[in-house]
Ligand binder design. Structure first.
Ligand SMILES: [Zn+2]
Ligand SMILES: [Zn+2]
Length: 308
């Protein structure tokens, strides 16, 4: 099947499974990025709805090796149980490795418990040959950043390297971004964060930067509308979230300062229902960054040829 071939063609393949954030419409689901190279298949985050897109794209689920979580907000972890059980049902033969900041063990154990009965049903029904038990239960690994400003090599197999670095999504602590390297290509993923010097440092010279961004400008009328209707809860939440994300123009500054080739906007909030909204979201971005600017869409594909 062609989906297996992309694992072995020597290139780095990236699929944007979820380009939305916590508030979405029918055009976007929550964050997840699939990376495939040299027999390795990893996911960065597993936002709700994203696993369906992996299936729709017919990615080789049986070869899913590892999942890297940026942090544990529900929009980043919701499909973790689905990713584990459905890749197992699809023929994965080894236990899935799940990496994340401190707290990952608790999250993974929670999913294990929630899916325990499902595991028993499937195993009893289909048997060890079809659904080997040792592949059913994921293994969690806590990523500790030894030196606060340095990146940590957390995965190094078949030329695919994954580095984790600290981002600032306070009060969510710790939170991580990831830098992926494969045969001279660099892909950076911000996770949820504000712009910091450390973030710029670890996104340096990326061929593709997947950056989160929330348009505070576009939230203004929503907040004003909620205020007139005395919806104080919505006002409070939509105001609070502006403390720990980047605006699209700030993400463009990050792209410029980090000297990246291409920025792909992800974690897009608010939902963009039409072209006019897309234009508003990206307003001012091209004045700041003169590289390639892409508004992320679900199921978007990227391919990088090896540089060495
Ligand atoms: Zn988020
Ligand atoms: Zn978050």
């Amino acid at each position: 099947m062609s989906s297996d071939k992309i694992l072995r063609d020597g290139r780095l393949h990236i699929f944007l499974l979820g380009s939305g954030g916590p508030i979405n419409n029918n055009l976007r689901v929550a964050p997840s990025i699939a990376v495939l190279a040299n027999g390795e298949f990893i996911l960065i985050d597993t936002g709700p709805g994203s696993y369906r897109n992996l299936e729709i794209l017919r990615l080789p689920a049986a070869h899913l090796t590892a999942i890297f979580l940026t942090h544990f907000h529900s929009d980043h972890i919701g499909d973790l149980g689905e990713a584990n059980v459905l890749s197992w049902a699809n023929g994965r033969k080894k236990a899935l490795e799940i990496y994340g900041p401190e707290g990952v063990e608790k999250v993974v154990n929670g999913f294990i418990m929630a899916y325990e009965l499902d595991k028993e049903y499937r195993f009893t029904h289909h048997g060890e040959d079809v659904l080997p038990l040792q592949a059913a239960t994921p293994i969690s690994t806590t990523i500790l950043i030894q030196k606060s400003n340095e990146r940590e090599l957390v995965f190094d197999r078949n030329d695919l390297k994954v580095y984790a670095f600290e981002v600032d999504h306070s009060p969510v602590k710790p939170a991580l971004g990831y830098r992926i390297e494969f045969k001279g290509n660099i892909v950076a993923i911000t996770g949820d964060t504000i712009k910091t010097e450390n973030l710029v440092k670890h996104c340096k010279n990326a061929d593709i930067l997947f950056s989160e961004a929330i348009s505070y400008d576009m939230l203004k009328p929503v907040i004003a509308g909620a205020q007139t209707r005395n919806l104080s809860r919505i006002v409070k939440i939509l105001t609070d979230i502006q403390e720990y994300h980047m605006e699209p123009v700030v993400a463009a500054e990050l792209a410029k300062e980090a000297n990246v080739k291409k920025i792909v906007y992800v974690h897009i909030v608010p939902p963009l229902p039409n072209k006019l909204a897309e234009k508003t979201y990206l307003k001012g971005v091209s004045d700041v960054f003169d590289g390639e600017i892409v508004l992320g869409e679900d199921k978007m594909k990227f391919r990088l040829d090896p540089k060495r």
